[in-house]
Design a protein around this ligand. Structure first.
Ligand code: AHG
Ligand code: MN
Ligand code: MN
Length: 333
């Protein structure tokens, strides 16, 4: 008889992997899992209740904010606050980070969380998959002191954990603590994330390329050449490849992680640093994809090596199956 392993059980089992851990990271991951279930419930009701449409505010980038962005942001921050393990949250929805240390039980908190509470939010109103992306660091400053830039502007290589939740045809939570990647599917009947995808590995190559081709004329020459390469016929390399682009990074990455492929959001003549954010989109996804055996680069450097300058920094991203990322880099040379 096969037995179910829940996220909670799995996290406790893996706690022994961390020599310095006293259960705080486990509790932090558990808190994120709880908020994810609440957001899942709300995302699933999006077509039914009066939660669609603009919230009337704009986020820090002047983009109009949907109600669910705000809702998801509130849920994750509130779970992190009451969990007491996180001292600072950098969220897409807040220009400045949110300091939690002064708030009662969080004063001994050792962790920093960077989060995109709702990724792909424009897809909500058309019933297409959205997600949450998060990244966890240990603070550098001493507990009880002020949180400084040194705490929240750490390189991606310093992440202690990262993950995403995809609210898709089923809801899944995928995470890594630097020892491989594991995926859990939410069983709504028991309200638990259950281990469904142990030790996920991205194929070294694939047939899928994911890029917003509408921006073609604004792409660097090398990216244009790569797209043409994907479209050419060649039996030996199984081309032409297949173009798949959802417009929710989480969903595009999740599919490519399972099937093999490359996801590209390059710099364009209009957006010289690309669109995606380093701290809560590219770094966590890069950590997961590398841990699954893939590769993540800006085109000139490994994403995880970038020394961040600001919370909402944007970087170009080429992420996915190693051989396909290497092919893009060849064209960019
Ligand atoms: P968000 O909803 O958090 O702002 O993120 C949207 C991002 C990302 O999920 C997606 O890959 C990308 O924007 C799509 O951008 P384009 O519409 O420019 O292709
Ligand atoms: Mn996003
Ligand atoms: Mn978002």
């Amino acid at each position: 008889m096969s037995s179910i392993k829940t996220l909670g059980q799995f996290i406790i089992e893996k706690q022994a992997d961390f020599p310095y851990a006293k259960g705080e990271l486990s509790r932090l991951l558990r808190d994120i899992g709880i908020a994810a279930k609440i957001v899942h419930r709300e995302v699933n009701k999006a077509g039914l209740v009066d939660i669609l449409g603009d919230h009337g505010n704009q986020n820090v980038f002047g983009e109009s904010q949907k109600k669910l962005d705000v809702y998801a942001d509130e849920q994750f921050i509130s779970a992190l606050k009451s969990g007491g393990e996180c001292c600072f949250v950098a969220s897409e929805e807040h220009e400045e980070g949110v300091v939690l240390v002064d708030e009662g039980i969080s004063k001994n908190a050792k962790y920093i969380v960077c989060i995109d509470p709702l990724d792909g939010s424009s897809n909500i109103e058309v019933n297409v998959s959205v997600g949450t992306i998060f990244s966890i660091y240990r603070r550098k400053s001493e507990v009880g002191h002020k949180v400084t830039e040194e705490d929240f502007l750490q390189r991606g290589v310093e992440q202690v954990a990262a993950g995403y939740i995809i609210y898709g045809s089923s809801t899944m939570l995928v995470y890594t603590t630097g020892k491989g990647v594991n995926g859990f599917t939410l069983d709504p009947s028991i309200g638990e994330f259950c281990l469904s995808h142990p030790n996920m590995k991205i194929p070294s190559s694939g047939k899928i390329y994911s890029i917003n081709e509408g921006n073609y004329v604004k792409f660097p020459q090398g990216i244009k050449q790569f797209i043409k390469y994907c479209q050419e016929e060649d039996k030996a390399t199984n081309r032409p490849y297949t173009s798949r682009y959802i417009g929710s990074m989480v969903a595009d990455i999740h599919r490519n992680l399972l099937l093999g492929g490359v996801f590209i959001y390059p710099q364009t003549s209009a957006q010289p640093n690309g669109k995606l954010r380093l701290m809560y989109e590219c770094n966590p996804i890069a950590f997961i994809v590398e841990q699954a055996g893939g590769k993540a680069t800006t085109g000139t450097e490994r994403i995880l090596d970038i020394k961040p300058k600001e919370l909402h920094q944007r970087v170009p991203a080429i992420i996915g199956s190693t051989e396909m990322v290497d092919k893009v880099l060849e064209f960019l040379k």
